[in-house]
Design a protein around this ligand. Structure first.
Ligand code: BEZ
Length: 211
């Protein structure tokens, strides 16, 4: 069965562009993002890797480690890195897993044979400090991911983990958030000193608590 939200992210040891990595050990207490690329030396993947490298500071701010995967060997990744830096103006600054035997790709269900035979699709897994899967998204090979959306979801997940709130439709960092229905009004008054608006007893909005 496919990996589901709340499952423990499978552990593995793999060769990467930054040496051997034991996934759980490497994650430590951080959040993590594991994302797959169909193949080295392909155009969409090249642009994505440049963009994630450019956003590394944003992931660091969120205590989040990023790691990519492509089913080619690490020796190919090293040559591809040069193209990424040349064409995207940004050097790779996070590990890229080599998975020529597709062991990790299979472990994470990254190969969807009816979409792309024997290569991975564009999978994204966000993993919490408890090593549990908090988000999965799957894109086809032809669509480059929007990593601003990945950052947005990460912000939402981290807010939920730190406070008893969820985030409404089209929420962006700084917008009002939703107080969990399980919290009584009396407790909400204490927990959210900036106050809250009650649209319905189950729909109460409060300014983002960590701003
Ligand atoms: C790409 O990165 O452009 C790509 C890779 C595999 C299949 C299709 C597109």
């Amino acid at each position: 069965m496919a990996l589901q939200l709340g499952d423990v992210a499978p552990d593995f040891t793999a060769e990467t562009t930054e040496g051997e990595v034991n996934f759980h050990e490497w994650l430590g207490d951080s959040w993590g993002i594991l994302f797959s690329h169909p193949k080295d030396f392909t155009p969409v993947c090249t642009t994505e890797l440049g963009e994630v490298a450019r956003l590394k500071g944003e992931f660091d701010k969120r205590n989040t480690k990023v790691i990519g995967l492509s089913v080619d060997p690490v020796s190919d990744h090293h040559s591809w890195k040069e193209d990424i830096e040349e064409t995207q103006g940004q050097a790779l600054n996070f590990p890229l897993i080599g998975d020529p035997e597709k062991k990790i790709a299979d472990l994470y269900g990254m190969i969807h044979p009816n979409s792309l035979e024997s290569l991975t699709v564009r999978s994204v897994f966000i993993i919490g400090p408890d090593k549990k899967v908090k988000l999965t998204i799957t894109y086809p090979a032809s669509t480059g991911r929007n990593f601003q959306e990945i950052l947005r979801v990460l912000d939402s997940l981290q807010l939920t983990a730190g406070y008893s709130v969820s985030t409404p439709v089209n929420w962006n960092d700084g917008d009002d958030v939703i107080i969990a229905p399980a919290i009584s009004d009396a407790d909400a008054k204490e927990k959210f000193p900036k106050g809250f608006r009650t649209l319905k007893p189950y729909l109460r909005l409060t300014p983002q608590p960590n701003k």
